[in-house]
Design a binder for this molecule. Structure first.
Ligand code: SF4
Length: 439
């Protein structure tokens, strides 16, 4: 199976239809699409998650295609000890000639004996394991009992059948939530920042929360298996990534309360994000501004040189990472760009409301995908830059459009003040390159 092709499918309705407003004329018009999609699968998340949780191992239960996807996406070096691998389901398993779960037990036990430094093992489902209905929850429970006290074994699905690539992180974090310890009763409120961030960004955020007076602060995912943060009714959580709906639901079920905020992208989004946390602690915006003003000003100075390249330009988003709406808000409001269409695989209305409130009311959103129709709209618009997945980028480049791979937004630290100019540069670079080539 092709990692991209595996997600290309037709669904029942070939029709596009604009969602009606709320009758008051205030709701944005959203084009709902149900057709062929071009996205990567959730296994891709392992590429950044295995770097984040430093004593975890991701064992994909999948096919050779899954193994190729991971190896090429993560760039494995043969002399390194990678913290992910694929247990390949072969023809004997598919034909029912072998008990795949027994084999999985053997593979996992061998791995854990050989690598005693692994403290958390994720069994990651794939399209093939879902098709043959391999019950990884039972396998995880059995292995957890076998290795009790040594390794925590969890499971989630990274299958491309129903997911887009950032949902792999969502499924992984959601699988961690039941394993989080209960916050002790009558404890002071704690802040939980949810979503994988580069360590350097996490450190910057922690220092700023300290300065503002918000805390104690924990991060999910943690840097190691032994640091799973506590959760309970006194937990307030802030999403650092916009694609965590399953994780958010799981945290809600544990009694935690989500703080509504735009995402910490660009100077404006980062300030609003900190203000939301501060407000929950009864701290005013003035104190946040005092702690962040110099950083925000430095971020604006850094972004200014890229604004020269980006202001007045148009951008078109194909649905891929679920970061599209916050990034569009950043490009429109801080870089002076015009968003032709903001496509997103799924529109999480509750999570996106603060972002959509900041975008112009006539912004055209699309949810889901019917790739041929969307390509037609993109060609008609001839945007200055098109944000899309790898599979669409090369064909569009060959047609003369300038593209930006959305997956780069996950592999590059882009959150917070210090990274705001790097985020702007990600979009300015391909435009400048195109101009130089044209010259
Ligand atoms: S999980 Fe599915 S889409 Fe992803 S690489 Fe494996 S077979 Fe392909």
């Amino acid at each position: 199976m092709n990692p991209r092709g595996a997600n290309s499918r037709q669904t029942v309705s070939p029709f596009d239809f604009p969602e009606s407003g709320d009758g008051a004329g205030s709701a944005p018009q959203i084009l709902r699409q149900a057709g062929q999609r071009e996205v990567f699968c959730g296994l891709t998340g392992i590429v950044w998650l295995h770097r984040k949780i430093q004593d975890a191992f991701f064992l994909v239960v999948g096919s050779r295609t899954c193994a190729h996807l991971l190896q090429s996406a993560a760039g494995v070096m043969i002399f390194a000890e990678p913290r992910f691998a694929t247990a390949i389901i072969d023809e004997r398993d598919l034909a029912g000639m072998a008990d795949a779960l027994d084999e999985l037990d053997r593979v996992a036990a061998r791995l854990l004996r050989y690598r005693p430094n692994i403290k958390m093992l994720f069994l990651v489902g794939s399209c093939p394991s879902e098709v043959i209905k391999l019950d990884l929850s039972r396998a995880a429970a059995r292995l957890s009992r076998q290795f009790a006290g040594q390794v925590r074994v969890l499971h989630y699905s990274g299958s491309g059948i129903e997911t887009t690539f950032t949902q792999g992180e969502d499924a992984c974090l959601a699988s961690l939530v039941p394993a989080m310890p209960d916050a002790p009763g009558r404890s002071p409120a704690t802040l939980l920042v949810v979503g994988a961030l580069a360590d350097i960004v996490e450190d910057q955020f922690r220092r700023l929360f300290d300065e503002i007076g918000v805390g104690p602060v924990h991060f999910l995912p943690p840097r190691n298996a032994g640091s799973l943060p506590p959760v309970g009714p006194d937990t307030r959580y802030l999403l650092a990534q916009p694609f965590l709906s399953a994780t958010s639901l799981a945290l809600d079920e544990r009694g935690a309360k989500r703080l509504e905020a735009p995402f910490p992208l660009g100077a404006e989004g980062t300030t609003a994000w900190f203000r939301a946390a501060a407000a929950a602690w009864g701290i005013g915006a003035d104190k946040v501004d005092a702690a962040t003003a110099s950083k925000a000003a430095r971020a604006r100075r850094g972004m200014a040189r890229y604004r020269e390249d980006l202001a007045g330009r148009s951008v078109f988003f194909f649905p891929d990472s679920q970061l599209e709406i916050p990034i569009a808000r950043f490009l429109v409001r801080e870089m002076g760009m015009h968003a032709v269409e903001v496509g997103t695989p799924y529109l999480q209305r509750h999570h996106m409301a603060p972002e959509m409130a900041l975008l112009p009311p006539d912004t055209r959103y699309s949810e889901g995908q019917d790739v041929e129709r969307q390509l037609d709209r993109c060609r008609d618009a001839q945007p200055d830059i098109t944000v899309c997945g790898l599979g669409l980028a090369n064909p569009l480049e060959s047609e003369g459009l300038t593209t930006k791979w959305s997956i780069e937004l996950l592999f590059t630290p882009i959150q917070g003040y210090e990274q705001a100019s790097d985020l702007a540069e990600l979009f300015a670079r391909p435009l400048v390159r195109r101009m130089k080539l044209a010259a």
